[in-house]
Design a protein around this ligand. Structure first.
Ligand code: ATR
Length: 282
């Protein structure tokens, strides 16, 4: 029987995951489907508990359901347990297993697009303290960054995010960003600033070292004002699309039994979709 998976969240209409997994299914010649299900948080726990009865072998979970999905798992992989949030679910003998592939997707994207980006791991400057920032701080700590500075508008959220990493992560306000930029080897935007429809991220990159790498998890637009400002300074930049592509690899492997590749052809397919919708530039 054809294996079925889907992306779940609320809203979910904008998700590029069906395009991504549809490409891999076709490329691998697999008899399977990957759709989308709009699942509001009120019904999410029930939805994930009844995944098998709905005919699914697994699913992706996006905002705002990652914590809810985690709470109904029969077994959490360490990646999900560390964050209390799951973005990838699959069934194993009727048991619901969950992982969080956001951190691995983030690292794999940088490894592929900016080889050597982690040669210097003195200070990573992370802007934002939401769910995405949580996954990325965890990944950067695992990769061995000596210091992770979390800059956020709401100080308390940055403090909560930094707390599990004493001696490594610290909380800061935007007023401290300039001083931190001068020391940073990596700058990551995990806020929604710069996203289409949101205000731009007002940050002067003048203080960044010439060797610093700048990356944004926002990929609509693909070339965010932050990445454009970094490119204008000839800094190495990595856009957020690759994180989406790489985070999908683990789920596909669990659902369909093949570990797919992130290729330039796949990137071009999604970029063509962004271009068709006028989402390449800010
Ligand atoms: P996600 O789970 O996708 O990371 P989120 O939890 O809504 O999303 O987090 C969004 C991030 O963008 C937060 O760090 C948020 O800052 P606050 O914690 O202060 O809310 C940040 N953000 C959103 N709009 C912002 C704005 N206008 N100015 C500064 N930061 C903003």
């Amino acid at each position: 029987m054809s294996r079925r998976a889907c992306v779940t969240g609320h809203p979910v209409a904008h998700s590029r995951s069906p395009l991504l997994h549809g490409y891999w299914l076709k490329a691998q010649g697999i008899d399977g489907t990957y759709g989308r299900e709009d699942v509001p948080p009120e019904t999410a726990a029930d939805f994930y508990r009844t995944l098998a009865a709905r005919g699914y072998v697994g699913c992706n979970v996006t905002v705002p359901n990652k914590e809810i999905a985690f709470s109904v798992l029969d077994e959490a992989e360490p990646s999900a347990a560390a964050l209390g949030a799951a973005n990838t679910l699959w069934l194993d003998g009727g048991r619901l297993i969950g992982a969080n592939t956001d951190g691995d997707g983030f690292l794999a994207n940088l490894d592929a697009e900016a080889p050597g980006w982690d040669r210097q791991r003195r200070l990573a400057l992370v802007l934002g303290a939401g769910g995405a920032a949580r996954a990325i701080v965890h990944a950067l700590a695992a990769r061995g960054f000596g210091r992770i500075a979390i800059v956020n508008r709401t100080r308390g959220r940055a403090e909560a995010l930094a707390a599990p990493y004493p001696g490594c992560a610290g909380a800061h306000g935007f007023d401290e960003a300039d001083a931190l930029l001068a020391e940073a080897d990596l700058l990551v935007n995990c806020t929604s600033l710069g996203m289409k429809g949101a205000p731009p991220l007002a940050l002067n990159l003048a203080a960044l070292r010439a060797e610093a790498v700048v990356t944004d998890i926002v990929y609509v637009p693909l070339r965010t004002p932050l990445l454009q400002a970094a490119a204008a300074r000839d800094l190495r930049t990595v856009d957020g699309l690759g994180m989406l592509l790489h985070q999908g690899v683990g789920g596909f492997a669990h659902w369909f039994g093949v570990r797919p590749q992130v290729t330039q052809e796949l990137r071009d397919l999604i970029i063509a979709d962004l271009a068709a919708k006028g989402q390449l530039e800010a």
